[in-house]
Design a protein around this ligand. Structure first.
Ligand SMILES: [Zn+2]
Length: 312
């Protein structure tokens, strides 16, 4: 039985690798020299016709994925490339649902439940037309929630994460509230300033984890959280103050591009990045340089754009 790691891999998706505070131009020819000079930056659009040097234009921003653009047309060109990259990447990160040992069977093999308990829980689940087996085992068969959570950890080959010392506000900047809510994710803890523990109740979501990993530059480790603890912590998470967010429904990709360009041009951010989360595009704009592993809440704003009315 293949064991899939709880650590989410990047699967070859491109990642904006430059931290907002360490941006530089492309490493080629005069651009590389310009980057070393630190100030004389050229436009990051490879097809830019003007060849403007940064200090010669009265335009301090915007910066997108580490590169300054000299005009709205160049911002548009760069965002168009990024949008194409994100849309082309659809389907490359498959949710890892395959080849998992059924939870009931796994618990039976561990000797944590008896065959009779499993049969009755499965019958109840069938009769009720659904519900998670783990919940049926807990509620109907009196199985310990700790054991069910441990089994979920084995099933997903991921750690069981504690939620006791959870501080919702400190990590509310990690992802927009919409994602925390819709994907049932809980940004739990930041370790050593570079490893983010992302908790889930009963199944990991590698798509969201990958998006957060690419957006924040942090390594994201997914894990399961004991159900009752998760629900309490998640309710608290949703009450935290998140960065300001703008939700946009675009009828088409060109309309989405238009909205993205407008947002970047309007905010003139010191950094911005674009990642796709399922059918949504997530654009984050840094209004000032990020000092630590996470931005300040007031220092960033998010834009979430659905295309063709397909929300999460
Ligand atoms: Zn340009």
């Amino acid at each position: 039985m293949p064991l899939l790691s709880g650590r989410f891999l990047l699967s070859g998706a491109s990642q904006p690798s430059l931290a907002p505070q360490t941006r530089s131009a492309d490493a080629s020819g005069s651009r590389s020299r310009a980057a070393r000079a630190g100030f004389f930056e050229t436009c990051a659009n490879p097809d830019c016709a003007t060849g403007w040097l940064h200090p010669w234009r009265r335009r301090s921003g915007p910066v997108f994925e580490g590169g300054w653009s000299c005009s709205p047309a160049c911002t548009r060109a760069r965002l168009e490339t990024a949008l194409r990259r994100e849309m082309d990447g659809r389907g490359t990160v498959e949710p890892a649902h395959r080849h998992r040992v059924p939870l009931g069977l796994l618990m039976l093999e561990q000797g944590w439940i008896g065959a009779g308990q499993l049969r009755q829980a499965l019958d109840a689940q069938k009769a009720a037309g659904g519900g998670r087996l783990g919940q049926w085992l807990i509620r109907q068969q009196g199985v310990s929630e700790v054991l069910v959570t441990r089994a979920l950890g084995l099933q997903w080959s991921c750690p069981v994460l504690p939620a006791e010392a959870y501080d919702p506000q400190s990590l509310a900047v990690v992802a927009p509230r919409l994602f925390v809510d819709a994907f049932g994710a809980l940004p739990l803890r930041l370790a050593a300033g570079q490893l983010l523990y992302l908790g889930f109740e009963d199944r990991l979501d590698p798509v969201l984890a990958l998006a957060i990993e690419r957006m924040t530059g942090l390594r994201v480790e997914g894990g399961v959280v004991q159900g009752s603890h998760f629900r309490l912590a998640h309710a608290r998470a949703l009450k935290a103050s998140f960065p300001p967010v703008e939700l946009i429904e675009a009828v088409s990709e060109p309309a989405a591009l238009h909205a993205l360009v407008r947002a970047v041009e309007r905010a003139r951010p010191v950094e911005s990045r674009l990642v796709r989360v399922r059918d949504c595009l997530w654009l984050r704009l840094w209004r000032r340089p990020q000092q630590g592993p996470l931005p300040e809440r007031e220092g960033v704003q998010d834009l979430i754009c659905s295309i063709g009315g397909a929300w999460i």
